[in-house]
Write a protein that binds this ligand. Sequence first.
Ligand code: AMP
Length: 391
Amino acid sequence: MSDKKMVTDLDVAGKKVLVRVDFNVPIKEGKIKDDTRITSALPTINYLLDHGAAVILMSHLGRPKGQPNPEFSLKPVADHLATLISAPVKFAEDCRGEIAKAAAEALKPGEVLVLENTRFYAEEEKNDPQMAADLASLADLYVNDAFGSAHRAHASTYGVAELLPSAAGFLMEKEIKYLGDAIANPQRPFVAILGGAKISDKIGVINNLLKKADKILIGGGMANTFLKALGYEMADSLVENEVLDTAKELLEKSEGKLLLPVDMVIGDAFDAEAKMETLPVGDVPAGWRILDIGPKTVETFGKEIANAGTIVWNGPMGVFEFPRFAAGTFAIAHKVAESKAVSIIGGGDSVSAINQSGLSDKITHISTGGGASLEMLEGIELPGLAILSNK
Ligand code: AMP
């Protein structure tokens, strides 16, 4: 990060600054359900306004599949932003073409313009050079503050940075600092907690963490494949048979760093009302499936968490959407919140578990980027960061 230009390295007074933000917020019936991603971008937006820039914001929202679709309009986001800052907030119903150009030209220092969803064009995700050129033509400078999209080389995150002098925003800086330091320079013991549905998404992460972390605690559906690799019958549990060999290899080379559940909460259906039972880890009875970690596992994992210097957590410990099978995830959330370690949580579900528990202020850093934070844990360079101007 230290080699990349920061927004504070740019001379922005009187300039038009195009900022890629991550305004991909959950919206239901026109109402924003969680504005964390909007408030997280305010330091960069306010800095630019205070330093005399005209600020043009662009983002994607949802998956409109390259077509304009009112369901995925950024208009409600622009309206919400107007309630959070004192500057006037304008909205352009297109992110390129005449509408965008006219709105950008008319924009004055101290004003904000929100462009419509970049993914209303299929060219966005293809990093199309013409789309990048159209976006770049709106401004003098480019700032990327969209950490949540930095693992994608799209027109608005990559192509445009090839065409304008560029820098990273404050959110990007903060995310890279916490996640980067955790990997490169952790306080030890460094304990990673991984959960969620599948191993296959996280093989690269486990491989990298085996080199960097002192302990990796595995819960959620991904533990099932490891347990099957150890020879247990998993009955109706979610298991990825195609990566069983990989799971065996990871266990063999883990030198005891990988900790698996010692007990399991099983259900007789994948259902919120399923009958439940708690058993030591072993063969799962026919017709049943593992849906959460048990209390003994919480205790074992809890000891590692209490002793940790750095904790990174990604992915729930069970099907926490069903209250009956949420105890493991919420107990781990409490253990992480109670620990004195530097704690970093990434990934929508684990972030949502910590927010639902009301414990978010006890966490050192809650990442706004699920995929991007995983790629950092995997040790992959983020293209949206790599392309920014060097100091
Ligand atoms: P991911 O997107 O990979 O982080 O996975 C999150 C999902 O994993 C959540 O929707 C959980 O319900 C699901 N999950 C966690 N544990 C299990 C389990 N034991 N069996 C099936 N799904 C699970």
